[in-house]
Write a protein of this length. Structure first.
Length: 77
């Protein structure tokens, strides 16, 4: 089976029902998380700590945030 590109997959995915697209989106989102720990595995306290840590990284300039548009362009790249 040949590998499909995002330009081939996206139009087909958009033909799915809303429920099927939501299920697909959730599945894809989970697949890009930390393979050792899903976000849903974190306690509220751990989630807040992680969010504060990531915010501090952005504020300090250690990491540069990107827009949703740029993220999508990179993913399609």
């Amino acid at each position: 089976m040949a590998t499909m590109t995002i330009n081939q997959i996206a139009p087909e995915a958009l033909r799915l029902s809303v429920k099927e697209r939501a299920t697909l989106a959730a599945s894809l989102w989970e697949s890009i998380g930390d393979p050792n720990q899903l976000a849903s595995d974190l306690s509220d306290e751990e989630t807040i700590t992680l969010a504060l840590s990531r915010d501090a990284e952005i504020e300090s300039g250690e990491v540069k945030p990107i827009s949703h548009t740029e993220l999508m362009q990179r993913l399609r790249g």
